[in-house]
Design a binder for this molecule. Structure first.
Ligand code: FE2
Ligand code: FE2
Length: 396
């Protein structure tokens, strides 16, 4: 989290501005997360221009829209605004033409659209918008600042400062967008890989993977882990059964009960999973390695492949084990009916200290109301994000 800006106290001197710009350059160049980066930039613009609102719009090439998250009041809730690039308002005009537009009195100018003000309950007086361009001159988005605290319109100095901030920020925004794309591509690849393994023996595979990733995420948070650790657990958990890709069809697809010999072979999916993921460099795959190798270990030491006991079993594996068993009980298979969530909960509770870590069972009891909701959602694909403070508003 970035340092909060000092409170605004009157006009900044040239020296103070220079100092802020140098500091700004350093902060944005080390921030790879787009949301946090946009937050830093918006705070800087608000502070340096001493304005009531700063909005950063970015171009969404896929939908041909400009989008922005606008903070609502002092809370953390954000409204996502989407403007079609071909819309009539002056923000879309700045994006299309690459020219700055300065409106001393917004409501008297026909180029100003009140749509965003209506949605966000804000009254724009004076406003200015500058294009955000990359090194090749392509427009990436628009910076908008509104309502100077002294009530005056924006002058040439303000315009120059906003353009300078846009020029400083464009490189970092481009890098953060690329970083986000690579991150999304990595997660998507992991998820598709997991689906491949699960597809071999189940029909409702995606649902199973989504359910266990959400339950694992909730458990990690309830156990006091940070949001980023919980995210890693959520993203790694779908790979727990990746070792199944190495099992022969006659065992994996056998409709009846496995013989003791066949069950021994089935158990080896943990070893294969470990081999597939061993030595990975990324944190998420390192975590998936532990999950795939140890997700059938039991707290009392009676599990496999190694018969580890208690805390010898890595925590991430202990978490995914509870999520995996709960979901397996709650869905129907060719050989069994789906259990009611209460019945599965009773089983999880009963196995505390036997199959499962008692602390994780305790955490499961805490998150159970959310888990139950997950199973009562009629949609076959509940969202992977259990909570979000973002509303989306599409404006024309
Ligand atoms: Fe498994
Ligand atoms: Fe599973």
């Amino acid at each position: 989290m970035q340092e909060p800006m000092p409170a605004q106290s009157g006009k900044l001197t040239a020296e103070e501005k220079l100092h802020l710009l140098v500091d700004f350059g350093a902060r944005i160049s080390s921030e790879l997360h787009l949301d946090k980066l946009l937050d830093i930039i918006a705070q800087q613009i608000t502070h340096m221009l001493d304005v009531g609102r700063c909005t950063i719009y970015l171009k969404d090439e896929d939908t041909n829209e400009l989008w922005s998250k606008i903070a609502q009041g002092k809370g953390l809730e954000h409204t996502e605004i989407r403007l079609p690039l071909n819309s009539a308002g002056f923000i879309a005009l700045v994006a299309r033409t690459g020219q700055t537009i300065n409106l001393p009195n917004a409501y008297e100018d026909p180029r100003f659209s009140m749509d965003v003000d209506i949605v966000t309950a804000f009254r724009t007086h004076a406003t200015i918008a500058v294009p955000l361009k990359n090194n090749s001159g392509d427009v990436l988005g628009v910076f908008q600042a509104s309502n100077k605290s002294d009530g005056t319109p924006f002058d040439k100095n303000d315009e120059g400062l906003l353009r300078l901030l846009a020029a400083l920020a464009s490189g970092s925004i481009e890098i953060a967008k690329l970083y986000e794309e690579v991150h999304v591509a990595q997660l998507e690849t992991i998820y598709r890989l997991a689906v491949t393994a699960e597809y071999r023996d189940q029909h409702d595979t995606r649902q199973h993977l989504k359910n266990i990733s959400i339950i694992s995420y909730l458990l990690a948070l309830a156990l006091g882990m940070s949001k980023s650790e919980a995210e890693l657990i959520k993203n790694a958990s779908p790979l727990h059964d990746i070792g199944k890709v190495a099992l022969a069809d006659n065992i994996l697809l056998k409709p009846g009960k496995l013989t003791p010999e066949e069950f021994e072979v089935m158990k080896s999916h943990t070893i294969y999973g470990g081999r597939i993921l061993e030595g990975a460099h990324s944190k998420v795959l390192q975590m998936a390695y532990k999950m795939s190798l140890f997700h059938h270990e039991k707290w009392n030491g009676s599990g496999y492949p190694k018969g580890l006991k208690g805390e010898e079993i890595p925590l991430e594996a202990r978490i995914v084990t509870v999520a995996d068993v709960f979901d397996a009980l709650c869905v129907s298979r060719v050989y069994k009916k789906a259990w009611k969530t209460e019945e599965a909960l009773a089983y999880i509770n009963e196995q505390a200290g036997q199959a499962f870590d008692p602390n994780i069972v305790e955490a499961f009891l805490k998150v159970y109301p959310s888990v139950k909701r997950l199973y009562s959602v009629s949609s076959p694909h509940p969202t992977q994000q259990p909570s979000s403070a973002t509303n989306q508003t599409k404006l024309s």
